[in-house]
Ligand binder design. Structure first.
Ligand code: KIV
Ligand code: ZN
Length: 511
């Protein structure tokens, strides 16, 4: 059996299915680049049949990524598979992933199909998918609640039809680790042609067991795990990539396989996904939580000072903590700036974009003496936002806040090039600025989330704000970064308004 564990990241597909985590094409490409730096084997970039925007985003990821395989998801229909196949056509290495449900409840209530029809459709789907790629993955949805005899029949048939990876999902997070491991062991033993495929698992976290179930499956011979950064995903999420990778890496005495992940890229990936989706990482989250390597009790601190292995089973720097080393300062030149961006794997689309990012860097360096990698990432995110069609743009703002007084904001924006301004009071300076902006744009959007994070340490750190807005069933996240968190908040609000505007405009081009 192979000693290589394939890491299939589905942050951009299942992760994006978390309510409120939808991403723009540019954001998906940015995350995909980071996943490539992390050296994930397969990036599932989306579900092209879901919408033309999803199709475009998957195609853009496929064109960009060079060293990871890019996969697209499709239901077991000819049209879905055609769209998935076309979306990944530009990839250096591509995969089509098709699925159909196999549990009695899904077949009867959702698909309204007989088991024999499901097998027939699964076989057709794999054959259609093979027209677009030799690398085809098949998933029997809700396998965790399917009958094993039926699963064996479906899976044997799809292997004969040309599937190369069989992914066994615990779609509703119902399995227990010993049961799920046993399921994988039995499938491998009972399916006659099982040796022709890689067994994969895809576990949801409804009972908090996604990682345990996946690891139990690895012990039973699964050699691909589907997972997401920070465990993002439908409902309670998927198995978290960082936990799977570090469990296998740290316990090489238990697992007979390892991944090719560059673990030092884990924390940067976690921060990027958290900042783009606006889903904060809980401080006590394993590996990527802010407290994951912090020792509070005196006994622990004393032990770690004497010998770090007394209380530490992993090194913080091995997963990318402490990577926020000082990189540049206000005297750094354009070349140093450009070469650090390229070391970080960031490519700006043109020399003009580099110039404008460099100008922003100089402004930032004037306010903040030490510029870290994370500051550069945030600056480039702002730059990317600036290059998206900006319907609204923040020109300037003045905010007055004083103890005992109601805060007041005056905000100047431009709307398609023409300047407008408005004022408002509010419960706090951020509230006053949002109200002033709303006085001009009257979006009527509902504010679902407002979150602020410091990008690096210190009171002169940039604040990174995420604002989530909803309107007419559309949900968008806007981001903004600045050393002044009220300005960062206004930028984030305006970035969300721009995304909402472009989504609504796609639906109604007359807008
Ligand atoms: O949870 C699930 O079953 C899925 C499949 C499409 C793999 O996401
Ligand atoms: Zn899933």
């Amino acid at each position: 059996m192979s000693d290589r564990l394939i890491i299939f990241d589905t942050t951009l597909r299942d992760g994006e299915q978390s309510p409120g985590a939808s991403m723009t094409q540019e954001e998906k490409v940015r995350i995909a680049r980071q996943l490539e730096r992390l050296r994930v084997d397969v990036i599932e970039a989306g579900f092209p049949a879901a919408s033309p925007g999803d199709f475009e985003a998957v195609s853009a990821v496929a064109r960009t990524i060079k060293t990871s395989t890019v996969a697209a998801l499709a239901r077991a229909t000819e049209n879905d598979i055609r769209l998935a196949g076309e979306a990944v056509k530009g990839a250096a290495s591509r995969r089509v992933h098709t699925f159909i449900a196999t549990s009695p409840i899904h077949m009867e209530k959702k698909l309204r199909m007989q088991p024999a029809q499901v097998i027939e459709q699964a076989v057709k789907a794999v054959k259609w998918a093979r027209q677009y790629s030799d690398d085809v993955e098949f998933s029997p949805e809700d396998a965790g609640r399917s009958e094993i005899d039926f699963l064996c029949r479906v899976l044997e048939a799809v292997i004969d039809a040309g599937a190369k990876t069989l992914n066994i999902p615990d779609t509703v997070g119902y399995s227990m680790p010993h049961q799920f491991g046993n399921l994988i062991r039995q499938l491998r033993e009972r399916i006659p042609n099982a040796d022709k495929v890689v067994f994969s698992v895809h576990c949801h976290n409804d009972l908090g067991l996604a990682v345990s179930n996946s690891l139990s499956a690895v012990l039973a011979g699964a050699r691909q795990v589907e997972c997401t950064i920070n465990g993002l995903g439908e409902r309670a999420g998927n198995a978290s990539l960082e936990e799977i990778v570090m469990a296998v890496r740290t316990r090489q005495d238990v697992f007979e396989c390892d991944t090719r992940i560059d673990t030092t890229q884990i924390v940067p990936a976690s921060k990027l996904v958290s900042s783009i989706t606006g889903f904060p990482v809980q401080p006590n989250k394993a590996i990527v939580g802010a407290n994951a390597f912090a020792h509070e009790s005196g006994i622990h601190q004393d032990g770690v000072l004497k010998s770090r292995e007394t209380y530490e089973i992993m090194r913080a720097e091995d997963v990318g903590w402490g990577a926020n080393k000082l990189v540049l300062g206000k005297h750094s030149g354009r070349n140093a700036f450009k070469s650090r961006l390229s070391e970080l794997g960031i490519e700006l689309p043109s020399e003009e974009a580099v110039n404008s990012a460099f100008a922003r860097f100089k402004e930032l360096a004037d306010k903040k003496h030490e510029i870290f990698d994370e500051d550069l990432q945030a600056l480039v995110s702002d730059e990317a936002v600036a290059h998206v069609q900006e319907h609204y743009k923040l020109i300037s703002m003045r905010v007055h806040s004083e103890t005992g007084e109601r805060p007041h904001a005056r905000v100047v924006i431009s709307e398609e090039g023409s300047e407008r301004h408005a004022e408002s009071e509010g419960g706090g300076p951020v509230d006053a600025s949002f109200r002033a902006i709303e006085n001009m744009v009257s979006s009527g959007a509902e504010l679902l989330l407002y979150s602020v994070n410091n990008i690096t340490k210190g009171s002169d750190a940039q604040g990174e704000v995420t604002v989530r807005l909803a309107k007419g069933g559309r949900i968008v996240n806007g981001q903004g970064a600045d050393t002044d968190i009220v300005v960062a908040s206004a930028k984030a609000y305006i970035s969300a308004l721009n995304k909402l505007h472009s989504k609504l405009q796609r639906l109604n081009p007359q807008m």
